[in-house]
Design a protein around this ligand. Structure first.
Ligand SMILES: Cc1cc2nc3c(=O)[nH]c(=O)nc-3n(C[C@H](O)[C@H](O)[C@H](O)COP(=O)(O)OP(=O)(O)OC[C@H]3O[C@@H](n4cnc5c(N)ncnc54)[C@H](O)[C@@H]3O)c2cc1C
Length: 474
């Protein structure tokens, strides 16, 4: 790619391209995550020239399979939400869904604490209470409580739950179950429970009837990436090219500044994470983004959720998943730690961290982390002989400069804006009224944000938008 505009910038303060030249330039897709890949696939099918500019040296973004034995562990996306979406269709068609493991993942769990195991009727009673909460919070949201944080609603409901007869005497056990449940929700939504709001229960919808989270087999998202990207020729990718500037000031073309040089584009489709936009939007775009767009970027939440795999010599746990709570003074274990056994490699355990535990885990070396987790397991799983793990496998997403967190969620501020995801998705038009800078990626989807499904659908949406504008001659 050449850099025609670079010489003009100091003179006129804008990158200029003639209309005739602009339309011959490629569409620049920024990011090779699921949204960028689906964008590429559809541009390829429409025979529209394009280039996918990716800061990393690989495709996938937050879908990050890592080779392990004869399969792949997933640093990022692992499950598929529901069966009524294109990602599930790909998984089903390629025999990637592990239905047995999916069923096990639904089982209720006892909670192991330093003071003993909470199990039996305490857990059943508490599970019966929490089972109804998603639907309840959806109705609360519809009924005018959309901006209410989860903690507020949950605290009230939990107090009512405790009022029923013979529960007060079991309060300390229920308190621990309530804490574990809140931490599970926080992990699920990748958001502090004081920040994510009931609107999430209303707006988020994977479009399926049963809302099942499907577990995949050892090929999982590796195969899904292969299938999605299969029609994109290698020469369409420009890897190791971090975009540092998106100049659309000419009004009829876009010039990217990247770590490997300038790229002239007919238009751009930006698929970078909301985390990246939050940190860099102010310096990334020229001219600056509109107030509306900036407000949406600031208002939407971009959370932290983190998984860590520990590998042991051999399997040593009997169930498929566990819940534990350490002392309240511990930032990492005090609010509860859930973990599950990898269905296809039983000696590999996946630990889930959320909230303040994420940066606390981020500060530890692998050696320290193995030591901390082992001590925690010894003090809570007292009826097991806890072995020493061999190694840690993890990718700290909040430290990844091209992601800066895990995924998006609705906050009180975003609810106040109406549909903040749609505001983020709104394209910037050029002087001809056609889309010049478009936005895709999970956070730009109003119902399946957070997911690979949302990412995929937004890539599809933006290419449709582009084609429809190009076909519209007016
Ligand atoms: C730990 C974790 C677990 C998850 N679990 C699930 C799950 O079970 N199921 C599910 O459906 N989803 C899950 N998700 C969410 C899912 O991974 C994301 O929603 C989805 O992959 C986002 O895709 P995207 O294309 O929108 O963004 P990304 O995957 O973030 O892609 C953006 C791409 O842009 C690149 N990029 C960023 N900035 C620049 C720049 N300046 N220049 C060039 N390139 C740039 C990045 O490197 C990246 O490749 C999980 C995410 C995490 C972190």
């Amino acid at each position: 790619m050449h850099s025609r505009g670079a010489m003009l910038l100091p003179l006129v303060g804008a990158f200029l391209v003639s209309f005739a030249t602009a339309k011959d330039l490629p569409v620049c897709v920024i990011g090779a995550g699921i949204a960028g890949l689906k964008t590429g696939v559809d541009l390829e099918a429409a025979k529209i020239p394009y280039v996918i500019v990716e800061g990393n040296n690989r495709i996938g973004g937050r879908v990050h399979p890592v080779k392990y034995e004869d399969g792949y562990l997933q640093y990022g996306a692992t499950y598929i939400n529901g069966d009524n979406n294109p990602i599930y269709s790909i998984a089903k068609a390629n025999n990637l869904v592990d239905f047995e493991a999916t069923k096990e993942a639904d089982d209720y769990q006892s909670v192991f604490t330093q003071d003993g195991v909470i199990e039996g009727c305490d857990v059943h009673e508490f599970a019966a209470f929490t089972d109804s909460l998603s639907e309840k919070y959806k109705q609360f949201s519809i009924g005018g409580r959309a901006a209410e944080p989860f903690t507020e609603a949950f605290d009230k409901n939990y107090k009512q739950f405790l009022k029923k007869k013979r529960r007060a005497s079991r309060k300390s056990r229920f308190d621990k179950l309530a804490l574990m449940y809140s931490t599970d929700m926080e992990t699920e939504w990748a958001a502090l429970m004081s920040k994510y709001v009931l609107a999430n229960y209303e707006k988020w919808d994977d479009g399926s009837k049963d809302k099942i989270e499907y577990t995949l087999n050892k090929m999982g998202f590796k195969k899904i990436l292969d299938v999605i990207s299969s029609t994109i020729p290698q020469n369409r990718y420009k890897f190791n090219s971090t975009v540092t500037g998106i100049d659309y000031s000419s009004g009829n073309a876009v010039q990217l500044s990247t770590s490997s040089g300038k790229i002239d584009c007919s238009s751009a489709i930006v698929t970078v994470s909301l985390g990246f936009l939050k940190k860099h939007a102010k310096t990334l775009f020229k001219p600056l983004l509109s107030k509306t767009k900036t407000t949406a970027i600031n208002a939407l939440g971009f959370g932290d959720m983190q998984k860590v795999f520990l590998v042991y010599d051999k399997p040593w746990l009997t169930d498929s998943a566990y819940r534990t709570i350490g002392p309240s003074t511990s930032t990492i274990f005090g609010r509860g730690l859930g973990f599950d056994i990898t269905a296809w490699s039983k000696k590999t355990i996946q630990f889930w961290f959320s909230g303040p535990a994420v940066p606390a885990v981020g500060k530890l070396t692998d050696e320290q982390l193995m030591k901390e987790i082992t001590a925690h397991l010894k003090s809570t799983l007292r009826n097991f002989t806890v072995p020493t793990p061999k190694r840690v496998i993890r990718h700290m997403w909040y430290q990844d400069p091209l992601v800066l967190g895990s995924y998006s969620y609705l906050t009180p501020a975003s609810v106040a804006l109406g549909d903040a995801n749609a505001m983020l998705a709104e394209p910037i038009s050029g002087t001809d009224g056609k889309p010049l800078v478009q936005f895709a990626g999970e956070a730009t989807h109003s119902t399946v944000y957070q997911t690979t499904i949302g990412a995929f659908l937004t890539g599809e949406r933006e290419v449709k938008r582009l084609i429809s504008a190009r076909n519209n001659k007016s």
